[in-house]
Write a new protein. Structure first.
Length: 612
């Protein structure tokens, strides 16, 4: 790789920035929210977004598990192939011609492999492109030592298992900025925090210093808003009927000024919706304590953020505050936890739900008997869900009388051979049991490994970020740690009881919108008052205790509530809420996408005059 040198990320490195950038807002387009997102984003933004940077986020925690599993089978795999074969193939020539800079975490667990594939594509297309690779996130070599030191999971407190498939620290934005400073047109990273692909571009463009904490927090928020693609432009919006032209939905663009304030917009002529409501929902997505949203470069405080309409399809965001970052990186590791198989059958007719339930129970009974006869242990875990009966709503379901049900049966076992035996029984119900059994197309279900997340904190001094460009690898020198500080205390917003005068019972969605997301086995549910004056009522009616009781069939851990008065919102953080989360969960909704929808149907009491 050539001689190893050291680059200084604290002062910005070399000066390859276009001088005109400092005179106007920087435009950054978010072309991907996950691995598997539409192929529409990149060409739409490159052709009509008038962007300076094109950024891609591919690496959800579930995606890292999938990529780690792929690398187990093929050492050349482990990166988001769609970045090369779909996105960049469609725009690389135009990106080079327009001098658009690209930042992507598509490298996954094999960023060098991703870079080689992109270089091969550039050669095929006859274009020259300078590619940089940021690495250092892979901390697998440290795991034996950390195990001996007694490191435990940061959520469950469980001890470190004996073996890992992958272990990656969430790097920050400074190595990306250093790569752009060095003249790279495309920067490919392994695991970094999702917002870093945007913040790195802004640090490079504006020469923000490592202690410009308010600007770094604002840039991180900009990255957080666009990191999930169309979720900022009407995707997943509570009031979905108000979002026009789903087929041509616009991907997000942020216009960020040097002081960190920014506008969220989208390319002209595209569908979707950019409004304070859609942007506020995305702000709440997958966050915990909004006063301490901890990132490698800055500790963010989003409680006083303000989100306001700034014209058609334009929303202005301001008010993010920052403090010194934590001295630690978060590490997300994956470990093998046995095997799983999931299967689906459709049951049609009178009493469909009861027939489906009996079918699932009979399959499990038969499987247990087969295992005993062959000398296998019983199932590790089992799950029966009746899709179409509102099974995710538990005791609040209202659709048990439906005449068409999809039986979803998922199981785990320590021995792959046992599940291979069990999967052969999947087709038997089609002739053996319930009338109206069908929909078993697709053949025998595949047995796959269960990869469970293990998360912990690691001192930054034990991680070395590196940059590879033009055959030379260099270390990226990081700034010295600043003393940590606590967030400024804010007065809690008032709670308003609904008992003053006559009251009526309505579903929460009448007074709030919301969005939910996941972090491992933790789900957060963000709720925004439809009118600022209704926030007090929401705080009174939607307490952690009430939500805990309403979601008792899903949530096994405590629920904490945090306030975001700037956008008239609360954030509910639910622990042990997703059945293990990601690939470890047997649920149909392992990422908690539907949890906000369930809570929005929770009955609340409001003054009868509220809707007069």
């Amino acid at each position: 790789m050539g001689e190893t040198t050291t680059r200084d990320a604290t002062m910005g490195g070399t000066t390859t920035r276009d001088a005109t950038m400092s005179k106007r807002a920087i435009r950054i387009g978010g072309a991907s929210g996950f691995w598997g997102d539409s192929c529409l984003g990149a060409p739409q933004l490159v052709k009509s977004g008038e962007i300076d940077f094109l950024v891609f986020d591919y690496l959800a925690e579930l995606t890292m598990s999938i990529l780690a599993g792929a690398r187990l089978k093929d050492p050349n795999a482990g990166y988001a192939t769609d970045f090369v074969t779909v996105a960049m193939r469609s725009v690389l020539a135009e990106v080079v011609a327009k001098k658009i800079r690209v930042v992507s975490n598509a490298g996954g667990v094999n960023p060098q492999g991703c870079a080689r594939a992109l270089a091969d594509l550039a050669k095929e297309l006859g274009v020259e492109v300078r590619i940089a690779v940021v690495e250092g996130d892979d901390v697998s070599a440290l795991m034996a030592q950390l195990r001996a030191e007694g490191v435990v999971d940061m959520i469950s407190g469980q001890p470190m298992p004996a073996r890992f498939v992958s272990a990656n620290a969430y790097l920050g934005a400074l190595p990306i900025a250093s790569a752009l400073d060095s003249g790279a047109q495309v920067v490919i990273t392994g695991r970094c925090v999702d917002s870093a692909v945007t913040l790195g571009a802004l640090i490079h463009a504006y020469r923000w210093k490592p202690d410009d904490f308010d600007r770094l927090a604002a840039g991180s928020l900009a990255g957080h808003i666009i990191e999930c693609g169309c979720q900022a432009t009407g995707g997943l919006h509570t009031d979905w009927e108000s979002v026009p032209d789903w087929a041509n939905i616009g991907y997000p663009v942020i216009e960020c000024a040097e002081d960190g304030s920014f506008v969220v917009t989208k390319p002209p002529g595209t569908g979707g919706l950019v409004s304070p409501a859609t942007v506020s929902e995305q702000l709440l997505y997958e966050i915990g304590d909004p006063a301490s949203y901890l990132l490698p470069d800055v500790s963010c405080d989003f409680r006083s953020v303000r989100i306001e309409q700034d014209g058609p399809s334009r929303v202005r965001v301001s008010g993010a505050r920052g403090r010194a970052p934590s001295p630690s990186y978060k590490v997300s590791a994956t470990t093998m936890a046995g095997y799983r198989v999931a299967m689906q059958l459709t049951i049609i007719g009178i009493d469909a739900a009861r027939k489906a339930q009996r079918t699932g129970e009979a399959l499990l009974e038969r499987g247990s008997a087969l295992f005993a006869a062959l000398g296998f242990a019983d199932f590790s875990e089992t799950s029966i869900e009746l899709l179409g009966t509102e099974s995710a709503y538990g005791p609040h379901a209202r659709a048990l009388a439906t005449r068409e049900v999809v039986l979803r049966l998922a199981v785990t076992h320590a021995d792959k051979r046992a599940l291979e035996v069990f999967s052969r029984e999947f087709a038997a119900p089609g002739t053996s049991w319930s009338p109206g059994t069908t929909g078993a197309g697709g053949g025998r279900p595949r047995v796959s490994p269960v990869l469970r997340q293990f998360a912990f904190l690691l001192d930054k001094s034990r991680v070395v970020a590196t940059l590879s460009i033009d055959g030379e690898r260099s270390e990226v020198a990081m700034p010295a740690a600043s003393p940590p500080s606590e967030p400024v205390a804010l007065e809690a917003p008032p709670s308003g009881a609904a008992s003053a005068g006559p009251t009526i019972e309505v579903p929460l969605i009448r007074i709030a919108i919301g969005r939910s997301g996941d972090k491992g086995d933790v789900s957060n549910i963000g709720l925004i008052a439809r009118r600022p004056e209704w926030l007090a009522l929401i705080r009174s009616e939607v307490t952690p205790e009430r939500v805990g009781a309403y979601l008792a069939h899903l949530v096994r851990g405590p629920i904490r509530r945090y306030d975001l008065p700037g956008i008239h919102a609360v954030n509910l953080v639910c622990e042990r809420a997703l059945g293990g989360g990601g690939m470890a969960s047997l649920r149909n909704d392992p990422l908690g996408k539907g949890m906000a929808q369930i809570v929005l149907d929770m009955p609340v009491r409001v003054p009868a005059a509220l809707f007069d």
